[in-house]
Design a protein around this ligand. Structure first.
Ligand code: AMP
Length: 258
């Protein structure tokens, strides 16, 4: 009789480690999809991809406190464990790893992994690197799947894995978007209807920038000014954090686009 496919929900790091160690011993190919939950079709695309290439799929769901700044949205971050676990089950995940913060960080936790050269002026990702490396050590997956939406995160994790000889293949997958072009994001629930209506202009401004570069504009400052002007006109409720043009692999700012 064929066994019905089951999904295990695991909360402790030790249990995750031993389940994954057993799969490795059996020679199975395992894929890890790290997430913070509140799933949408972007997450689903990563899990389905993992399902299509690996024997065993591990999805981690952890709102990682160390990657939120003191004034960021850790408490408010949207959560729906019932819906998320149902989706992972439906998509054929084998393990949903959902630790509590105290399972992942002992009170005397003192070790951090960071890639300062790539952190640059963009968001620092020390909390992300540290938690991803911890997940890699626990699950020791053959591959790990990330979305290209968080390009800096993907570039920094690739660099960390390369610099530290971490034996995990890091795979980036395309951005899944709403019909009007807005990238799906758990944080889109924060948008008011007015902001939601204007948000696709961010992508339009980036497409305009790409069009200028494709048309021969090489001066990054001129493209940034054009984007700034476009957003001032089309996204009047928005407030600029930064607009930068960077090398896609090392994330350093470029003045001329080659
Ligand atoms: P998060 O739960 O927001 O930390 O995201 C977990 C993973 O899903 C990360 O690798 C993200 O880059 C990826 N992801 C989030 N949104 C999308 C999207 N719209 N398309 C593709 N991947 C995404």
């Amino acid at each position: 009789m064929e066994m019905e496919k089951t999904m295990q929900i695991i909360h402790s790091p030790e249990a995750l480690h031993s389940v994954c160690a057993e799969w490795r011993r059996q020679g199975l190919k395992t894929a890890l999809v790290p997430t913070m939950g509140y799933y949408h079709a972007g997450h689903a695309s990563l899990i389905s991809y993992a399902r299509s290439v690996a024997d065993k799929v591990i999805v981690s769901l952890f709102v990682n406190p160390t990657q939120f700044g003191p004034n960021e949205d850790l408490e408010a971050y949207p959560r729906d464990f019932e819906k998320d676990s149902a989706l992972v089950r439906e998509l054929g995940g084998d393990v949903l790893y959902a630790p509590e913060p105290e399972n992942m960080y002992a009170p005397d936790h003192a070790t951090w992994v960071e890639v300062p050269a790539l952190a640059n002026t963009l968001c620092g990702l020390r909390g992300v690197c540290t938690v991803v490396l911890k997940l890699f050590m626990l699950a020791q997956p053959s591959l790990a799947v990330f979305g290209e939406k968080d390009w800096q995160q993907l570039a920094i994790i690739k660099k960390m894995v390369s610099d530290l000889n971490v034996p995990v293949e890091v795979v980036g997958r395309p951005i899944v978007r709403e019909a009007d072009g807005l990238a799906l994001s758990s944080r889109n629930v924060y948008l008011t209807p007015e902001e939601r209506a204007q948000a696709p202009q961010i992508r339009k401004s980036l497409e305009m920038a790409a069009g200028l570069a494709a048309g021969g504009e090489r001066d990054a400052a001129r493209i940034i000014e054009a984007v700034r002007g476009y957003l001032a006109e089309h996204l009047p409720t928005g407030e600029e954090d930064y607009i930068s043009i960077v090398d896609p692999a090392v994330l350093t700012k470029v003045d001329r686009i080659e």
